[in-house]
Design a binder for this molecule. Structure first.
Ligand code: NAD
Ligand code: UDP
Length: 336
């Protein structure tokens, strides 16, 4: 049985991916320092699947500690989720972001070389398309970033490209995620942001359960059908399955795939769908644009559809239903 290392596997996307890799028959090792997660997510994944995960509290920037994992297990592939991801915080504390995100990637590449592990799947982001409005965005779109978080993603993409160029056996898959939302249908695992959520869907969920009074809609004068920002929301379970497909179809060299649905929805589309499927009211006010936001961003996912035989199956209704189901069951996330 193949063994995969999921760094950051206790986090939001990583925990959903751990579940899907187990369902696919892989052995799963999770390395996480719990800087933004709880070991409870993995306990729940074990319960849901009836399978064990080897969970290790490791900071992936710590090479000696991470090497121990490579000594303990023979990895077939690394799926690298670990990293910091808050755009605003990355502007305030850029060095923290460069240190954690770049160091962890370098440590993994060095250990892959040392231990002859040849496959890596990396969590990149649509943020590498910068301010491009050339939608639907294709993987060939020129890249460029507007904040340090985005730059770490683009720099790691470059590091991995150069790594692959240095050794013909290496397979690098760069997955550019659009906007992951939702939760596992069981409501047992989901997104659990610390503090005030930066992202739309978790904020809406917290309004729905009464943790926040109302949503601020950032901008209503964009050149979009209703004036609010348009994004490509993708159900986290579809996204997780995209990783299994990427791993199964990995080939030497560098492959880049957009993981999105190909459909853009506005902030108000999401709010209205959430209200309709969940029978709740989401009070909101229209406020100023958030600096750095683009009007419209959605993927052309054709390449992933064709090369990976993968496509997103779940729609905005399922995303809203499952996000709320998790939030209702665990209003304080893993702290309940
Ligand atoms: P998350 O914060 O829930 O998960 C990241 C995990 O990495 C956390 O469990 C955290 O504790 C862990 N971690 C951070 N630094 C670590 C380190 N040095 N060593 C070990 N563990 C460490 O975030 P997520 O939403 O699941 O995102 C996963 C990946 O996907 C990240 O790389 C993120 O940048 C990327 N991504 C996320 C989104 C999104 O909107 N959620 C979009 C595009 C890309
Ligand atoms: N947004 C909003 N209110 C919020 C959070 C986000 O109106 O409290 C909007 C934001 O301006 C963007 C969309 O929702 O148009 C998605 O934002 P998010 O931060 O979730 O993702 P990203 O900006 O990274 O695409």
């Amino acid at each position: 049985m193949a063994t995969v290392l999921l760094t950051g596997g206790a986090g939001y996307i990583g925990s959903h991916a751990a579940l899907e890799f187990l369902n696919d028959g892989s052995e799963v090792v999770v390395a996480d320092n719990f800087s933004n997660s709880s070991p409870k997510s993995i306990e729940r994944v074990e319960k849901l699947t009836g399978k064990k995960v080897a969970l290790r509290e490791v900071d992936v920037c710590d090479k000696a500690a991470t090497r121990k994992l490579f000594e303990e297990f023979k990895f077939d592939a690394i799926v690298h989720f670990a990293g910091y991801k808050a755009v605003g915080e990355s502007v305030a504390q850029p060095l923290k972001y460069y240190r954690n995100n770049i160091d962890s990637a370098l440590v993994l590449c060095e250990l892959m070389e040392e231990f002859g592990v040849n496959k890596i799947v990396f969590s990149s982001s649509a943020t590498v398309y910068g301010t491009s409005q050339n939608v639907p965005l294709k993987e060939t779109e020129p890249t460029g970033c507007t904040n340090p978080y985005g730059w770490t993603k683009l720099m790691i993409e470059q590091i991995l490209r150069d790594f692959a160029r240095s050794n013909e056996n290496i397979s690098v898959t760069l997955l550019r995620y659009f906007n992951p939302v939702g939760a596992h249908a069981s409501g047992e695992i989901g997104e659990d942001p610390l503090g005030i959520p930066n992202n739309l869907a978790p904020f809406v969920c917290q309004v729905a359960v009464g943790r926040r009074e109302k949503l601020s809609v950032f901008g209503s004068d964009y050149p979009t059908p209703d004036g609010t920002g348009v994004r490509d929301y993708i159900h986290v379970v579809d996204l997780a399955l995209g990783h299994v497909a990427a791993y199964r179809n990995a080939k030497p060299g560098v492959s880049v795939y957009n993981l999105g649905t190909g459909t853009g929805y506005s902030v108000l589309d999401l709010v209205k769908t959430f209200e309709k499927v969940n029978g709740v009211k989401i009070p909101y006010e229209l406020t100023a644009r958030r600096p750095g936001d683009v009007a419209t961003c959605y993927a052309d996912p054709t390449l992933a559809n064709e090369a990976l035989g993968w496509s997103a199956k779940l729609g905005l209704e399922e995303m809203c239903r499952d996000a709320y189901n998790w939030q209702k069951k665990y209003p304080n996330g893993y702290r309940d």
